[in-house]
Design a protein around this ligand. Structure first.
Ligand SMILES: Cc1cc2nc3c(=O)[nH]c(=O)nc-3n(C[C@H](O)[C@H](O)[C@H](O)COP(=O)(O)O)c2cc1C
Length: 179
């Protein structure tokens, strides 16, 4: 389906247009499969964290990643204040984790296994983790692009990452050889 972000019904209000444009932008971008991670820090010895899927590697030397954070987030300012944070890549079996880590912000870690790294809490079930410190921030529309330096990182011995595609969660199935 092709939709121009400029083309909306003539009788709609500007607010309707903006809402439709946002929805269409999300719908189209949802066709790019991503992983889902939890970024987290220890705040007054308690773990705080949020689910995000906007994460990418940026630089090998130095090792940098970027994440995009909604300026309305109430959790990010707490993580930002800590200066360092962890990234836990969620496992395929845990479809509930994104909901948990994007829902009501109190007690998101209740009943969740985690252990402490120098930069913050890492989920026990994560298939990979990165210890990060904030390196740079760039304002970008209604989000902030946070560039962070990877201080340490690792993977579980085995594990499938949770995938997010068109609003649904699933897992990776390798293509079979046909020849
Ligand atoms: C699959 C998924 C991906 C998300 N990706 C992002 C993201 O890239 N950036 C972001 O700021 N919020 C993202 N969110 C939303 C945040 O998790 C959510 O807005 C945030 O936790 C709200 O709570 P807060 O006010 O406590 O920060 C995502 C949520 C889900 C379920």
């Amino acid at each position: 389906m092709t939709t121009s972000l400029q083309q909306f019904p003539a009788r709609s209000t500007a607010a309707d247009d903006a809402t439709s444009a946002r929805g269409e932008f999300r719908r189209v971008m949802g066709h790019l499969p991503t992983g889902v991670v939890v970024v987290a820090a220890l705040v007054d010895d308690a773990p705080v964290g949020m689910a995000i899927n906007s994460i990418t590697s940026v630089s090998l030397d130095p090792p940098l990643i970027a994440i995009c954070i909604d300026n309305k987030s109430s959790t990010w300012p707490q993580i930002r204040a800590a200066g360092s944070f962890t990234v836990s890549i969620l496992p395929a079996h845990d479809h509930q984790a994104p909901r948990r880590f994007s829902g009501p912000s109190e007690n998101r870690f209740d009943g969740v296994g985690w252990h402490s790294h120098e930069t913050g809490p890492v989920l026990d079930d994560s298939v990979a983790w990165i210890d990060c410190e904030v390196h740079q921030e760039h304002s970008a529309g209604d989000h902030t692009i946070v560039v962070a330096r990877a201080l340490d990182l690792g993977t579980a011995e085995d594990g499938q990452a949770l995938l997010f595609f068109r609003g649904q969660y699933g897992h990776f199935i390798p293509a079979t050889r046909t020849s």
